[in-house]
Ligand binder design. Structure first.
Ligand code: SF4
Length: 448
């Protein structure tokens, strides 16, 4: 095994407690984006006016130049708290805002998301929200930004749904929920969810991807009916799955990454066949057909992958799930040599060892990556400078160091992405590896 770790860069930060350009927003941003990703849900921000607008460029636009949808940005009702509310409280203003929103905006579910100011001044937001529960489906998500980042906000949104909206339901055989893919924060979230749903439906599962389902409220309410919850991240969403297990008895499985390419996708389907006691022959039939197509089509990229990037030394700078999926695909199916992986989503310490294990064990390449956990963009630059690589799969923040300093190709695959539009793109599943190679080869530009 190659060198693993250090888990943190050795240098002390220039300004202790401050990180340059971390790759996520605050908890309010995560809950706000999760609400916008739930079709039919209307966010109501109880915060300063800037809290919502900051998410435009800081969260949704940074997710592959995405807009926030019909209820986002300037269309989002906000209490726009100012000094007066810090002194006298903002509850009356929130009450009036909820009332007018319910009257004026058509929605199936209203989500009141409260930020730092109401948390600091002690507004009883939960009590105000409760006054409206007899009229409409409404939840309160307490996301004081200082409590955590976007990943935390995603979990807080689903935890509020579990606590305030969901009722027990009988488990439906072969029904699963997809968790752990954080809207906008995982830049391929829409395509990933749809690709996994389509794939799992082929093996006979009923799949609730929650976000972007046509009826968001119904999708949320059917969460307790799942036979199994699938978490597509080594850590993000695990807390939600644990809560669902405690409250409704639904077991869960952690899939460390969205599977990329035939090998990991086949392993994932076989795992599900065992776990859900599916008819093995039916699952194998799907696997055979999908593998045949994926490998037949990979022959069309044989020349470019062997001539342009034979055994390329790679650097990956991404959230843990994306990094695991791409490292494994590059190493096990393309022959790339993973030189360095930098994890940028700040997973809790308890998950570090498992993430490192997933990034270093089960790789077919001779080279095993050095693994770092780092959120500071300046320190990430310093780490990359220590390595010679040909390809950097990262955020668009690494674009200039790749081109100007390291003479390497760079493809933006992780938050933030400001240099490409990502709407329905995905690297998930059997065809995902081909899509990745298309994007990499586009950067290569061809021999002419
Ligand atoms: S950290 Fe607090 S003040 Fe800043 S945007 Fe988030 S909720 Fe608003």
């Amino acid at each position: 095994m190659g060198t693993v770790t250090p888990l943190r860069t050795k240098e002390e930060p220039l300004y202790p407690g401050v990180a340059e350009a971390p790759r996520y927003s605050c908890a309010l941003g995560g809950a706000y984006m999760a609400t916008l990703a739930t079709f039919g849900a209307v966010p109501i921000l109880h915060s300063g006016a800037g809290c919502g607008m900051a998410q435009n460029f800081g969260q949704n636009f940074a997710a592959g130049l995405n807009d926030a949808g019909p209820q986002g940005n300037t269309s989002t009702p906000c209490s726009c708290l100012v000094e007066e509310h810090a002194v006298f409280g903002g509850e009356d203003k929130l009450r009036a805002l909820i009332k007018s929103t319910i009257e004026l905006v058509r929605g199936d579910l209203f989500a009141v998301i409260s930020g730092c100011v109401p948390a600091l001044i002690g507004d009883d937001v939960a009590a105000v929200v409760k006054e409206f529960r007899k009229d409409v489906p409404i939840i309160h998500v307490n996301t004081a930004g200082f409590l955590g980042n976007s990943y935390k906000g995603y979990e807080q949104f689903l935890e509020a749904v579990i606590d305030q909206l969901l009722e027990p339901l009988p488990a439906v055989r072969r029904q699963v929920n997809l968790l752990g893919i954080v809207p906008f924060q995982h830049v391929f979230w829409k395509g990933d969810l749809q690709a996994i749903k389509t794939l799992l439906e082929k093996i006979g599962l009923k799949v609730n991807m929650i976000f972007t389902e046509n009826n968001g409220l119904e999708a949320l309410r059917s969460i307790p009916a799942a036979e199994l919850n699938l978490v597509f991240s080594p850590w993000s969403g695990v807390g939600v799955a644990r809560k669902l297990e405690e409250k409704f008895g639904t077991p869960y499985a952690v899939i460390p990454s969205v599977p990329v390419g035939p090998k990991d996708t086949t392993a994932f389907l076989r795992f599900l066949a065992r776990r859900l006691r599916l008819r093995r022959s039916s699952v194998e039939k799907v696997i055979a057909a999908e593998e045949h197509r994926a490998y037949r089509f990979s022959e069309y990229m044989a020349a470019i992958s062997t001539m342009a990037l034979p055994n390329a030394y790679t650097a990956i700078v991404a959230d843990a799930g994306t990094a695991i999926g791409l490292t494994r695909y590059g190493s096990n199916e393309l022959g790339w040599l993973p030189e360095i992986v930098i994890i940028t989503d700040n997973p809790p310490e308890e998950f570090h060892a498992e993430i490192v294990r997933r990034l270093t064990e089960g790789l077919e390449s001779a080279v095993k990556p050095e693994v770092y956990f780092e959120i500071d963009s300046h320190k990430i630059r310093l780490l990359l400078r220590e390595h010679t690589v040909q390809l950097i799969l990262a955020s668009s923040l690494e674009k200039h160091i790749a081109v100007d300093e390291l003479n390497a190709m760079q493809v933006s695959v992780a938050f933030p992405v400001y240099d490409r539009l990502i709407v329905d793109r995905t690297y998930a599943g059997y065809r995902g590896g081909l899509a990745l190679m298309e994007d990499v080869a586009y950067k290569y530009g061809g021999p002419l």
